[in-house]
Write a protein that binds this ligand. Structure first.
Ligand code: AQP
Length: 336
């Protein structure tokens, strides 16, 4: 039995519109988990500035992502919703973790390699130490469960290594080993233009992703134009091997419909892609339109959104402050 009480933490970056990958890979689990857990959901604005953000756009995006959390079903009374920069303990603990994590560990992080691109010398230092801040986000609350998409698995492993090294270095059993919760039929939603790349906010082509605020026409157009191959759909899962675009569309349909890939293939197998695409467009519109309407309503009242964030930050601080204070004592700092 763990000595740590279960607590859920996760976050998303306010770097643009949330898309179907964020929704199916993480958000659906967030909403489910709040039914039986203490959950803390953060808008990770400090992570966002590891790449340059225009200040006005960032300000707006923090409110937009908060509205999206609520519209998707995160309940700000039951769960804690706040933006990271309002709780200074994240940055404070991240500094301690900068001194715990090893350069060799960070050098292995594939997200840094992807995001820094060819010119690594020009990348911000923040982008490099991003995983240490992510570990601090989680461990400032001694969170035990972290619902994320597949792409965050490596960062979660690093957070576990940091927790363990801190405990070993200081001979304590202070931080838990946070468990990644990578579950559901769409833990890695791929680009609609290239089934080998993940769907991402920063893809220059808007046709590559379905934003959760897209209208019915855009959704239908993007799905119609989604890349596919020339063969008919298979009737069995094994037939999806080597066909990433087909696998992606089937996975998205299954996740949105709350069913399995096999059930989707039993329905559409043997047919052309157009049948699946038409049904998928209808399903996506039915699921996303009410969310987009709710986001629009919430965005009309920014003061309400700011109040949710202020309340969440206060509740988050109440949990993180004593934990981070204790971490400072363990390190040996003089704490008053
Ligand atoms: N394509 C995806 N499939 C499944 N899950 C995904 N997630 C992101 N993309 C997919 C999950 O969504 C959560 C929030 O992600 P994020 O916004 O903090 O950062 P990200 O992973 O960097 O998302 P993007 O869209 O790829 O942003 P950019 O383009 O700015 O880098 C995480 O749980 C993530 O796993």
């Amino acid at each position: 039995m763990s000595i740590f009480s279960p607590r859920v933490f996760s976050g998303m970056q306010p770097t643009g519109n949330l898309h179907l990958g964020n929704y199916l890979g993480a958000m659906l689990n967030w909403v489910k988990m709040q039914e039986s857990n203490e959950c803390i959901y953060c808008v990770v604005d400090m992570h966002a500035i590891t790449l340059w953000q225009e200040p006005k756009a960032l300000h707006q995006a923090i409110r937009d992502v908060t509205a999206a959390y609520v519209a998707c079903g995160v309940d700000p009374k039951r769960s804690i919703i706040f933006n990271q920069s309002q709780v200074a303990e994240h940055a404070e603990l991240a500094w301690i973790f900068n001194c715990v994590a090893r350069l060799g560990w960070l050098n292995r992080m594939t997200q840094f390699k992807d995001k820094a691109g060819k010119d690594k010398e020009a990348a911000s230092v923040g982008l490099y130490v991003y995983p240490n801040l992510m570990a601090a986000d989680i461990l400032a609350y001694k969170a035990t469960h972290v619902p994320v998409g597949e792409d965050q698995k490596q960062h979660l492993e690093l957070a576990r290594d940091i927790a363990q090294k801190f405990n070993v270095d200081f001979e304590v059993e202070f931080f838990p080993q946070p468990e990644p919760m990578i579950t559901g039929p769409a833990t890695r939603v791929m680009s609609l233009r290239d089934g080998t790349k993940k769907m991402s906010k920063s893809d220059p082509s808007d046709l590559s992703r379905i934003n959760i605020t897209d209208g019915a026409d855009d959704i239908a157009k993007k799905i119609r134009k989604a890349k596919t191959d020339m063969d008919a759909l298979p009737s069995e899962i094994a037939g999806l091997k080597g066909r990433p675009e087909a696998e992606n569309l089937v996975g998205i349909y299954a996740a949105l419909g709350g069913t399995t890939a096999q059930a989707v293939l039993s329905q559409f197998g043997g047919g052309q892609f157009s049948g699946l695409k038409n049904a998928l467009a209808d399903l996506a519109v039915a699921k996303l339109a009410p969310i987009a309407d709710e986001i629009a309503k919430l965005k009309a009242d920014p003061a309400h959104i700011d109040a949710i964030l202020a309340d969440g930050a206060q509740r988050a601080r109440a949990i993180a402050a004593p934990i981070v204070k204790e971490a400072r004592k363990i390190v040996g700092f003089v704490v008053s």
